[in-house]
Design a protein around this ligand. Structure first.
Ligand SMILES: [Zn+2]
Length: 445
């Protein structure tokens, strides 16, 4: 098949491109890396997409100071739909440099995988887009728009704000958010749901000040013990999240997440059991999950024989599609108050809230993608969820309610994105570039 052969021929170039990009330390945090590095990455994207026919390419400053690359490429058929291609050129910092087995900013091949910070997230997806477009040459029927943002990993929302201020610029019939990955190498998947989140801080007060635990312990209400009691109501013995009024028995209808794989990915110790009554995919994609992120109380070293008057905890609640994050926040706050023992004073401060996301999967773009993946991989595309959130997807969905939003990319589980020793499978770049090229040929409104 001609397109696949063409992509195979383009793979040495894809590696060279990825090596160039990975060598640019585009961490969008001026405290850690010079902003000139992000500027270089942005200009690299401009130069390379100009080579595949994009015009009007330029850097657009966003509200957080980062610069997003935008450009357009009219299709050969003016009546064809418009597809917006998304990626980001900024990367996570390398974190613990000693934990890297290869230099983080030098693309290195080990056992057939390409290692380097951003090799998958998300520079591998930029190279995937380029490889697909090079393979297609001038013959792209659909109209293309490109947006490559520069501060995704910082969570500072520059592009989200840019989209709401420039809705016509980015308007499209289908949006390929290429910042996720397949179920595994060779197992094609679209990510169709993202959980939302609620963060709150709960504070418990019980006394005017610290008391000697020998003199007062037994009758004096202990704020830390009260907090522990309150937090213990948020899960049952099996580990299910139990918040009154919040459904916790949903099931995941897409691809299963094999428990053995999950145990390995999560690094469970041998004796530890997986949480909850559902399957792994039920628990991480379809049901709510509460996590205690931090507790303020005396640390072990330096602690005295004292009863604590005050204790605080920071909580994170992930909410699945179908659950309203505001209602979930209300239910969580109500339970934190209701569970308080001994008349202690409880106050809860909301910190952050993001709604869950669910892609509409019945339209022509999903149909074209499924057919393209089938051809590229020789097997059916499955659907995944993601436990985390991508706030930009909600902004796209709110701004373009008729657009089909597709989440896909080269970041399969082995890529270890955000961790040391991030890598990408070259076969994923090749197969997904082929799938993307076929999608752009086959997609019709
Ligand atoms: Zn990413």
């Amino acid at each position: 098949m001609e397109l696949r052969e063409h992509i195979d021929e383009l793979m040495p170039r894809a590696r060279a491109d990825l090596a160039d990009l990975v060598a640019i330390r585009s961490v969008a945090d001026p405290r850690q890396f010079p902003p000139a590095e992000c500027e270089r990455a942005a200009n690299w994207v401009v130069d390379n997409f100009a080579q595949v026919g994009f015009t009007g390419l330029g850097l657009h400053e966003t509200s957080d100071g980062s610069k997003a690359v935008f450009g357009v490429r009219p299709g050969t058929d003016p009546s064809a739909p418009t597809v917006l291609l998304y990626a980001h050129y900024d990367v996570q910092p390398p974190l613990d440099e000693k934990a890297w087995r290869t230099p983080p900013f030098e693309l290195t091949t080990v056992n057939g995988r390409w290692y380097g910070r951003g090799a998958a997230d998300c520079k591998g997806n930029i190279v995937m887009h380029l490889t697909a477009l090079r393979a297609l040459g001038p013959d792209v029927p659909v109209n293309l728009k490109l947006i490559v943002e520069g501060s995704e990993e910082q969570g500072t929302g520059g592009l989200e704000d840019f989209v709401t201020r420039n809705p016509d610029l980015l308007r499209a019939d289908a949006i390929l958010v290429c910042d996720t990955g397949n179920a595994a190498v060779g197992l094609p998947a679209a990510t169709v749901t993202l959980r939302g989140l609620v963060n709150v801080v709960v504070e418990v007060q019980s006394l005017g000040g610290e008391l000697h635990s020998g003199m007062f312990g037994g009758a004096a209400p202990d704020a830390l013990a009260a907090l522990i009691q309150i937090l213990s109501t948020l899960r049952d013995r099996a580990g299910n999240t139990t918040i009154a009024g919040l459904e916790n028995e949903q099931t995941w209808l897409g691809a299963p997440y094999p428990p053995i794989q999950f145990r390995a990915d999560a690094g469970l110790i041998d004796e530890a059991r997986l949480l909850g009554d559902g399957t792994v995919s039920d628990m991480i994609w379809a049901r709510p999950a509460v996590t205690v992120l931090g507790i303020d109380c005396p640390p072990v070293v330096g602690s005295a024989a004292a009863i604590q008057p005050l204790a605080r905890a920071r909580l994170n609640l992930r909410v699945p599609p179908g659950t309203d994050a505001v209602k979930a926040q209300d239910a969580l706050i109500a339970q934190l108050h209701a569970a308080a023992p001994w008349g202690v004073r409880v106050s809860v401060t909301p910190e952050a809230l993001g709604q869950p996301f669910e892609a509409r999967t019945g339209g022509p773009a999903y149909e074209a993608l499924a057919s393209a993946m089938r051809t590229a991989y020789g097997r059916e595309m499955t659907t995944l969820g993601q436990g985390g959130s991508i706030p930009l997807c909600n902004v796209f969905a709110d701004t373009y309610p008729d657009a089909e939003i597709v989440l896909m990319g080269v970041e399969e589980p082995q890529a270890l994105i955000h961790a040391p020793n991030e890598s990408v499978a070259p076969s994923e770049i090749a197969n997904l570039a082929l799938a993307e090229a076929l999608f752009l040929q086959r997609y019709r409104r």
